[in-house]
Write a protein that binds this ligand. Structure first.
Ligand code: KG4
Ligand code: ZN
Length: 338
C-alpha cells in the first residue's frame, strides 16, 4: 500500500510517499524561512498563503520523480493538528480533495504522532514499548508509548516549549530567525561554565518542564556583560547546557519510572548535537537503547506523516470531513482499528 503524506502544520511544506512493503519511496521539503525571516518569526497568514502556492506543485513533482501515477496511491495522509489553523487547513483541504478525486481514503494524522514514529523510518527501528522525548518549536513532551496509538503524556511544559526557548533566547542575543540552530552552533564555541544557569524544576519530583525562566536568566546575564562575541557565545553555551541537562535529568527519571528499555528522541530540537550526545551517554549508563530519526526527519517533514498515515490506513475515514485541530492532545489518540 502506498500513502502520500502531507505536512503543512507550520512553516514547512513537506510531502512524501511511503510504501508499506518498500518503506519510504521519496520526500520533498520546502522551508519558508526566507519568507518569515524579516519579521523575526512565523507570520501565520503568510505561512498559509505560501503552502497554497507550494503544495500542489510539490506533490506533482514528487510523483513525477517517483514515476508514480496518482491512481497508484492507496491513501492520502495529512497533518490535521496541532499547528497553525490556516496552515493546517491548506494541507487538510488539499489532501481531502485529492483523495476524493482519486476515490481513495484520507487519513487525519496527529503531527506529534508523526514525530514520535519518525525513528521507524530508520534501518534499526525501535520496537514498542518506548519512552519518547518530543522536543519541537511547539512542544516539550515525555510520552510513554505502549503501542501504536497508545500514548500517555507523563511530562509537559508549563510555559515555553524547548525549541521556542531556543528561538526566543537566540533573539535576545541578537541572532537571526530561526534562532535555535544558530544558538546551538554558537554554544559549541562558548564556555558553558562561565555563567551558571539553573536547571528548572529538577529539584522537585515530577516530569514537567519550565523553560521561560532560562530566557529571563539569559537576558539578565547579557545585560551584565559588555555584549562581546565572547560573552554571547559563553551565555549561549550556558543556556544550552542548562536545557540539555534538564532534559536528560527528566528522561532518566521517566525511564526509571516506566521501566522502558528504549528511548526515542524526536522533534526539531532532537537535531541538537549536545542533546544527542548527552542522551546517548545516558542510554549507555542506564542500559537503554536510544533512537533518533536522521536529522532531516527530526524537524518537520512529510515522511513521518506518510508513515503514520500508512500505519493508520485501515481506519481511514471515507466521509467528506476536513479535520484541522490547532490544539490536540496526544493522550486522545487510540490504536488504529483492526
Ligand atoms: O519539529 P520542528 O521542525 O517544528 C515544530 O513542530 O515546532 O521544530 C522546530 C524547532 C525550532 O524551535 C528550532 O529552533 C528548533 O526546533 N531546532 C533546534 C535545533 N534545530 C532545530 N534547537 C536547538 N538545536 C538545534 N540544533
Ligand atoms: Zn514538528
Amino acid at each position: 500500500m502506498r500513502v502520500l503524506g502531507i505536512d503543512t502544520s507550520c512553516d514547512e511544506t513537506g510531502v512524501a510517499v511511503y510504501d508499506t512493503d518498500r518503506g519510504l519511496l521519496g520526500d520533498r521539503l520546502y522551508s519558508q524561512i526566507a519568507t518569515h525571516a524579516e519579521y523575526g518569526g512565523v507570520v501565520p497568514e503568510l505561512a498559509s498563503r505560501d503552502h497554497v502556492r507550494k503544495l500542489a506543485p510539490m506533490v506533482r513533482q514528487l510523483l513525477a520523480e517517483l514515476e508514480l501515477a496518482p491512481a497508484e496511491l492507496d491513501g492520502v495522509a495529512y497533518t490535521a493538528g496541532p499547528g497553525l489553523v490556516g496552515a493546517l487547513l491548506v494541507g487538510a483541504a488539499f489532501a481531502r480533495g485529492y483523495a476524493m478525486a482519486l476515490d481513495r481514503p484520507s487519513i487525519a494524522v496527529h503531527h506529534m504522532e508523526g514525530h514520535l514514529l519518525a525513528p521507524l523510518l530508520e534501518p534499526d527501528p525501535p520496537s514498542f514499548p518506548f519512552l519518547a522525548l518530543l522536543v519541537s518549536g511547539g512542544h516539550s513532551l515525555l510520552v510513554e508509548v505502549a503501542a501504536l496509538g497508545s500514548y500517555r503524556v507523563v511530562g509537559d511544559t508549563l510555559d515555553d516549549a524547548v525549541g521556542e526557548a531556543f528561538d526566543k533566547t537566540a533573539k535576545l542575543l541578537g541572532l537571526a530567525y530561526p534562532g535555535g540552530p544558530a544558538l546551538a552552533a554558537l554554544a559549541e564555541e562558548g564556555d558553558r561554565d562561565r555563567f551558571p544557569f539553573p536547571r528548572p524544576m529538577t529539584d522537585r519530583p515530577g516530569l514537567d518542564f519550565s523553560f521561560s525562566g532560562l530566557k529571563t536568566h539569559t537576558l539578565n546575564r547579557w545585560h551584565e556583560t559588555e555584549q562581546t562575541d565572547r560573552d554571547r557565545a559563553d551565555i549561549a553555551a550556558g543556556f544550552q547546557a542548562a536545557v540539555v541537562d534538564t532534559l536528560a535529568i527528566k528522561c532518566r527519571r521517566a525511564l526509571r519510572a516506566s521501566g522502558f528499555r528504549r528511548l526515542v528522541v524526536a522533534g526539531g530540537v532532537g537535531a541538537n548535537r549536545l542533546l544527542r550526545a548527552r542522551l546517548k551517554a545516558l542510554g549507555a549508563e542506564e542500559g537503554v537503547a536510544v533512537h533518533y530519526p536522521r536529522l532531516a526527519y527530526c524537524t518537520d517533514n512529510g515522511a513521518m506523516i506518510a508513515l503514520a498515515g500508512a500505519l493508520r490506513l485501515a481506519e481511514a475515514a471515507d466521509d467528506a470531513t476536513i479535520h484541522a485541530r490547532p490544539r490536540w492532545s496526544l493522550d486522545q489518540l487510540t490504536p488504529p482499528a483492526a
